[in-house]
Design a protein around this ligand. Structure first.
Ligand code: TLP
Length: 338
């Protein structure tokens, strides 16, 4: 099977397995796991933040950020198709007790003027705006890159109103690789950031949240409250460290694979590519094929390709380390023959 459902399906490399096997460990709740400490220091350095914290997943990282930045009854501003709003099981309402104010984006980017207009003024009737979230790359916008300029304009507005900005950067390294700039060109325009080790970077488990010392101290407490304080966590931090230090450079290869799929889909009858394919995600409208999303997913499965349903008439192809260019070219041939 050529598995293009998500970059979350990657399995740990031999080097990651070896690193897990050999990891020096200790009880991290006592702050005694040298491997996770090394991972957190390295992550903070790469992301240009004072401190970082290892968390179990992207969802946990985002939720800890929302819990740390806000109080129940706050309102948070996010893009209307953002992962935190769309795919996290209503956690911000269930856990943080905040309400959401969604803003339509263009290719994942929110307009800073619209964000500013959505920030609440002081009035006894209104909730307080507790947080603005930006997603980069933007998953439902098809892995779209939110430019540093857009992030800067939103951060500037946010600071004028003393509202913090959190970036869901599950795939932020894809944005940096495709833009050929240091990831800090993005992270300097936010207070806190979450990055996933277990997507394009290929680690089996884990995410990082990063911010200033005060944020991380509070976030550590929320992680504990949520049951995310782990013990000999070096076992899974070690592959995360391999992912963070050795797998960023090669993300461009995934983008090249996505470009091959894009080209194939564009020449398939009844299929329309709807995103720009900035990075490793291709979204296709399959209405013209006469099939439902489920029918299309099944058809490709019968031909040896796994993809993800994305909407009533849309599907998502995601490239990653565990599909080779040969496999992608094979998938492209099949798609062209549809
Ligand atoms: N995205 C997954 C699914 O949940 C949709 C995927 O296959 O793309 N932020 C963004 C932008 C994400 O795309 C994801 C995962 C997360 C956060 C959550 O990460 P995990 O799965 O580690 O909780």
């Amino acid at each position: 099977m050529i598995d293009l459902r998500s970059d979350t399906v990657t399995k740990p490399t031999q080097e990651m397995r070896q690193a897990a096997f050999e990891a020096e460990v200790g009880d991290d709740v006592y702050g005694e796991d040298p491997t996770v400490t090394r991972l957190e220091h390295e992550a903070a350095r790469i992301l240009g933040k004072e401190e970082a914290l290892f968390v179990t997943s992207g969802t946990q990282g985002n939720q800890i950020a929302v819990l740390t930045h806000t109080r129940p009854g706050n309102e948070i501003i996010l893009e209307e198709n953002s992962h935190i709003f769309y795919y996290e099981s209503g956690a911000v309402a269930a856990l943080a007790g905040v309400q959401t104010r969604t803003i339509p984006g263009v290719k994942g980017e929110m307009d800073a003027g619209i964000v500013e207009a959505a920030i609440r003024v002081e009035d006894q009737h209104f909730p307080e705006t507790g947080l603005i979230c930006v997603e980069n790359t933007h998953n439902r916008a098809g892995g779209a890159i939110v430019s540093p300029e857009n992030m800067e304009s939103i951060y500037s507005v946010a600071r004028n109103h003393s509202v913090p900005v959190h970036v869901d950067g599950a795939r932020l390294f894809n944005a940096a690789a495709a833009s050929r700039i240091d990831v800090r060109e993005f992270t300097r325009h936010c207070d806190t950031v979450q990055i996933c080790l277990s997507k394009g970077l290929g680690a089996p488990v884990g995410s990082i949240i990063a911010g200033d010392h005060t944020f991380i101290r509070k976030a550590r407490k929320w992680r504990k409250r949520l049951g995310g304080g782990l013990r000999q966590v070096g076992m899974i931090a070690a592959p995360g460290l391999v992912a963070l230090t050795t797998m960023r450079e090669r993300l461009m290869e995934d983008h090249e694979k996505a470009a091959v799929l894009k080209e194939a889909l564009q020449s398939s009858h009844g299929i329309r590519v709807v995103n720009d394919v900035d990075t490793n995600i291709v979204v296709a409208d399959i209405k013209g094929s006469g099939l439902t999303t489920e029918g299309f997913v099944e058809l490709l499965k019968d031909k040896g390709i796994l993809i993800a349903g994305f909407g009533p008439h849309t599907v998502r192809f995601t490239t990653h380390y565990d599909v080779s260019m040969d496999e992608v070219e094979k998938a492209a041939m099949i798609l062209k023959s549809l």
